[in-house]
Design a protein around this ligand. Structure first.
Ligand code: ADP
Ligand code: MG
Length: 227
C-alpha cells in the first residue's frame, strides 16, 4: 500500500540528506513505528507519503500510485484520503469537539445529516462521547489529542500518519492513546506512527523502522527500541 524505493531527500541548502536511499514497503493494515533521534528523518518520511515533500531521488507510491505522477489539482483530494495527526493537536478553539470533527467531514462535502450520524460514532470510539459539546480549552492534553485522532479518522482513511502524537501528553494518556490507535488499526486502517518514546514502542511490539541520520538502519517485525 505504501512503498518507498531508494528514496533520498535533500532539502534546499542542507549539508546532508534528510533521508538517504530509503527502501521499505508497508502493507495494508500494518501498524508501523518510525523511530530515531530528533533530526533522523521521521517527519520527512511522513511528509513524503502525504506528498508535502517530494523526493530528490527515488519513488514513493501510495495505493499503487506513484506520487510523482499525481497531478497537482488532485493533491488536495489525495491528502484528504490520508489521516494526519500532527505533533500538537491543531483544534479550532472557538469550535466544540463535535464541530471540530464535523469540520473534517464538511470539507469533503458530507452533509449535516451524515455529520449527525458519523461524528457521535467516532467520538464514542475515541471515548469522548460525553464531551461533544466541550471546547478544546475545557479538555486535557490527552483528550485534545484524541479529538485530533477522531478528526483524522472521520472520513475513514486507509492510512493514518501520526507524528509523535504522544510527545505532549503524560504516560497514562500515552497508553490510552495507543489503545485507541490499536483499535483504529483493528478496523483495517494502516498506521504509521513516528515516535521517540522508547518505552511505548517497546511495549507495543509492532514493526519498527529505525532511522539514523536519514538512513533506515533497522526494519524489524515486533521490534523494541532502545535509543
Ligand atoms: P525528525 O522528524 O526525525 O526530527 P526531520 O524529518 O524533521 O527529522 O528532519 C530531518 C533533517 O532534515 C534534519 O536535519 C532537519 O534539520 C532537516 N529538515 C527538516 N525539514 C527541513 C526543511 N524544511 N528545510 C531544511 N531542512 C529541513
Ligand atoms: Mg519530527
Amino acid at each position: 500500500m505504501i512503498t518507498l524505493t531508494q528514496v533520498t531527500k535533500v532539502y534546499q541548502g542542507a549539508r546532508r540528506p534528510a533521508l538517504h536511499q530509503v527502501t521499505a514497503t508497508i502493507e495494508k493494515g500494518e501498524f508501523v513505528f518510525v523511530v530515531g533521534e530528533a533530526g533522523s528523518g521521521k517527519s520527512t518520511l511522513l511528509k513524503l507519503v502525504l506528498k508535502e515533500v517530494r523526493p530528490t531521488l527515488g519513488t514513493v507510491t501510495v495505493n499503487g500510485r506513484n506520487l510523482e505522477s499525481l497531478p497537482r489539482w488532485k493533491e488536495p483530494h489525495f491528502r484528504r484520503s490520508i489521516g494526519y495527526v500532527p505533533q500538537r493537536p491543531l483544534l479550532i478553539a472557538r469550535h466544540t469537539v463535535y464541530e471540530n470533527v464535523a469540520h473534517a467531514l464538511r470539507v469533503i462535502g458530507k452533509t449535516e445529516a451524515v455529520c449527525r450520524r458519523v461524528v457521535p460514532e467516532i467520538l464514542e470510539l475515541v471515548g469522548l462521547g460525553m464531551k461533544e459539546n466541550r471546547y478544546p480549552h475545557e479538555l486535557s492534553a490527552g483528550e485534545q489529542q484524541r479529538v485530533a485522532v477522531a478528526r483524522s479518522f472521520a472520513n475513514r482513511p486507509l492510512v493514518i500518519l501520526a507524528d509523535e502524537p504522544s510527545s505532549a501528553v503524560d504516560p497514562d494518556t500515552t497508553i490510552e492513546l495507543m489503545r485507541l490507535m490499536d483499535r483504529i488499526n483493528r478496523t483495517g486502517t494502516t498506521l504509521m506512527v513516528a515516535s521517540t518514546d522508547a518505552k511505548l514502542v517497546s511495549a507495543m511490539r509492532r514493526r519498527v523502522l529505525e532511522f539514523e541520520e536519514g538512513s533506515l538502519i533497522r526494519d524489524q517485525v515486533r521490534g523494541v527500541w532502545r535509543p
